[in-house]
Design a protein around this ligand. Structure first.
Ligand SMILES: [Zn+2]
Length: 291
């Protein structure tokens, strides 16, 4: 009898865990009504949300673990938006170099993309250097043998990448094939100097070059986009606006017409230059509000 009660309790706990007693609820993404057993509770423990299997499968397996313990629903939404926006760009990935074996990183230097491959995951995930927020490549040597001045040590390299979009942090061990030699810094020293392999150097060099190239690209885009503050001030003064907050497309157009009329080139030769200035200022302010 006692045994039967224990079994019954265990069965109830298992069924509860499977969600048999949970109320039906919709998938937050597609709205499909789900029975208790079909509900996947996803995301950060403080802001879990319910997904159906199909919607959960939209998350790439490379980032699923991180997403499952860190995301809120807005992170999930942002991921879907990012995925859509960058799909075509990332589909063009074609590797120019590859590092590591167990977990590996492929790089497409030309397009500014990198791909993280993980064991047991069929297809790696492609990210953009443009979305990289932080990155760290870390060499962790195994203990070198204290008894020798020179010894050969094996080590592991860890790569950590943090992205702004999608909200992801990945830390993986790269197994680059080379060994490393270590040299004691002095006979009585316990400190070693490590000679990193060409392969690791190659990886660090390529990765940092790509980050640098991406930064250059962004700086250039920023320089092209950014306006000369003085010019904006002058344009505002010309149009008699106090600040950009006063500028709307409508009142900008109205003010320009009034000024052009007042300083019409036909009335006065020196007005020609003035009306050109008005048009330049108009174009500038218009481009600022349309940005
Ligand atoms: Zn769904």
């Amino acid at each position: 009898m006692f045994f039967i009660i224990i079994v019954a309790i265990v069965v109830l706990i298992v069924l509860y865990g499977m969600g048999v007693f949970s109320k039906p609820a919709p998938c937050q993404c597609c709205g499909t009504e789900l029975k208790g057993t079909q509900q996947i509770k996803f995301g950060n423990i403080h802001s879990q949300f319910i997904l159906c299997k199909d919607c959960e499968n939209k998350i790439h397996p490379v980032i699923k673990d991180y997403a499952n313990s860190n995301w809120s629903y807005s992170d999930f939404e942002d991921y879907l938006a990012w995925e859509e926006e960058t799909k075509d760009e990332r589909a063009q990935f074609s590797k120019t170099s590859s590092y590591g074996s167990y977990c590996s990183v492929d790089i497409d230097k030309k397009r500014g993309l990198f791909k993280i491959n993980m064991p047991l995951i069929k297809e790696g995930m492609v990210f953009r250097f443009a979305d990289l927020d932080d990155c760290d490549i870390d060499f962790r040597p195994e203990e070198a043998d204290d008894g020798f001045l020179n010894s050969t040590v094996m080590g592991n390299e860890f790569i950590m990448v943090e992205l702004t979009r999608p909200n992801v942090r990945i830390e993986e061990m790269l197994t680059l094939t080379a060994c490393y030699s270590a040299k004691k810094k002095g006979v009585f020293s316990t400190k070693y100097e490590y000679n990193l392999s060409d392969e690791l150097y190659g990886f660090i060099r390529t990765f940092t070059t790509c980050i640098y190239l991406e930064q250059e690209k962004q700086n250039q885009a920023y320089a092209e986009e950014s306006y000369n503050i003085d010019e904006i001030e002058k344009a505002l003064a010309l149009f008699m606006f106090d600040s950009m907050e006063d500028v709307t497309e409508e009142n900008l157009k109205r003010q320009r017409n009034a000024l052009i009329k007042a300083f019409h080139p036909d009335n006065n030769e020196s007005n020609e230059r003035y009306s050109q200035k008005i048009n330049e200022a108009y174009d500038l302010l218009k481009s600022v509000i349309n940005k």
